[in-house]
Structure formats: structure tokens, C-alpha cells
Design a protein around this ligand. Sequence first.
Ligand code: SF4
Length: 315
Amino acid sequence: MYKYIFGPVPSRRLGMSLGVDMVPKKVCSLNCVYCEVGQTTLLTTQRNEYVPKREIIEELKDFFANHPDPDYITFSGYGEPTLNIALGEVIAYLKKEKPGVPVAVLTNGTLFSDPAVRQSLLQADLVLPSLDAATTEVFQKINRPSGMLDLEKYLEGLADFRKEFTGKIWLEVFILPGFNDSIPQLDGLKKAILKIHPDAVQLNTLDRPGTEPGLRSATRKELESIKDYWDIQGVEIISSSTTRKNTTAYREDIRDAILETINRRPCTLDDISRITGLHVNEINKYLDTLEETGDILTERQERGLFYIPANRNEK
Ligand code: SF4
């Protein structure tokens, strides 16, 4: 069992994707209300070698020696990967060892105002930053940022990165009804998108309740009308709750292990991760499918969001 890499995980956007986690749970510069990983416990903009580069590279070497190449290698996981100061070196290692495997980085983009952060990403093939707010008030409400962050600098950093990066940028915008879907917010987001000039804009929404109660997903119709209102090239709706596709690359044994765990007793995401030893990002992909097939349901309790078997009451 690896500590810092996980999967390959079937991903709707990237095929079979090997995940690399550069920070421990849960180090991030944001504490988004919708975060599926849970509350940020170290809210920081301080870059550090939170996870030792040497150990990550050892795990990657072992993986490559014993497995076929994945479709993608994706930096994602428990928090913000650009907070790890060694990110650029790990990407450089991958591009040297596995030049044929594309590298993607899922990031909140908040540190892009730092030229060293932008530099560390230049060898990646695809960068997927996120942007949910066009005003400081909404930024505070949705993303609950570190006090060191400033929305204007965040937007400028994203625009500067576009000028320097020759790979693809897919900007993810997470729509939370009641937070960032008013006309002034949508106008502000459109202005920011046009300035950042990404290759694609991916509209997402909640797949399941986030860290905070009282949030709801945007409906397919709402996302479609935002797309129409913006009228920008390259906007696509990626929310799995509204565009779920069959995932062909799927491990039945992992699905069964997760389902068995939930069948034994209701569990939070963290419980499932502790019991199965699987990474939460990997578990999340399978929970998506189990919810879609009607095998499990969610229930909010005091300790958080619990996954329960759909047939519990029939037992
Ligand atoms: S940026 Fe990503 S990891 Fe950090 S709190 Fe937001 S959703 Fe979670």
C-alpha cells in the first residue's frame, strides 16, 4: 500500500489516472464549503516540503516497475498541491522517466501570483485551476481563504499563468446556488474567465453534500442557463450528478470492498478510508457510481455525512 500515490482511479475527464498527493490531510490555502475531503486543518499559503519528495519518487519508481502506465498522472488529493515546494521537481522527474504519460495538476490556483509556483507547473501538460468567486465577499463565503490571500492577486496570477504556460488550462467553476449564481456574480466570473482565457471552462456543482450543511447542487437546467448566459466558447458541464457517464475502467473488487464496509455499518468518507486503506479521492469516484446505481444513500449526522446502504430499512 502506497502512502502518497493512489489509484489508478477511473476519472471521467482523464481516463485511468494515477493520483499523487503532495500534502497531508488537510493542508490547503482555502477551506471551501463544498470540499469533499473535509475541513482544512492547516489553512496556509506557506510553501513547504509537506511530504518528502524523495519518498514520493520512491513510490512512483515502485509503481512504474510493477504496473502498466496509467492514462494520466494527476496531482490531486487531500489539499493544495502547489503548497509543496517540491512539486516542480516531482513533475520534472515524471517528464524524464515517463515522457509519454501526460501530467495533470488539480489546483485551486490561489498561489499563482507567486512566479515560483507558476514556474513549477510549466512542465505539466494540463492544469485545472478553480475559480468560484468574482467578489471578495463571495470568495470569503464559498472558499473561506487564508487571510494572506487577495482575490485580485489570485485573478492576476491566473491570467499571468496563461501567458507563460503552453499546455492546456481547464478552469473549473463550481456553482453553488444562492452563493455565486446571481447576475452580478455571473457577470464578474465571465469577465474573469475572458481575462484568464483558459482552453476550457468546466462548470461543476455538488455531487453530494459538502463539508457544510444547507448547500444544494445546481440543477442541469440551472447550469445550462449559466452556460447560455455566458455565451463563451469552450464551456462544458462536468458535474457527475448531471452528466454522469458510465465508467468503463472500474475495479469491481474496490467497489465491493467499499460497499461491504458501508453494509456493515454507516460510515463517513474518513471511516471508509481508514477501514479500507483507500485514498478518499479514489473512494469518492466509487461512491459516485454507488449512489448512481441506488446502492447507497447519504445521511447527515452529528459527526458528518454518513453513507448508508439503500436497503438498510429492508433488512
Ligand atoms: S481548494 Fe480544493 S482541497 Fe482546498 S478546500 Fe477547496 S475544494 Fe478542498
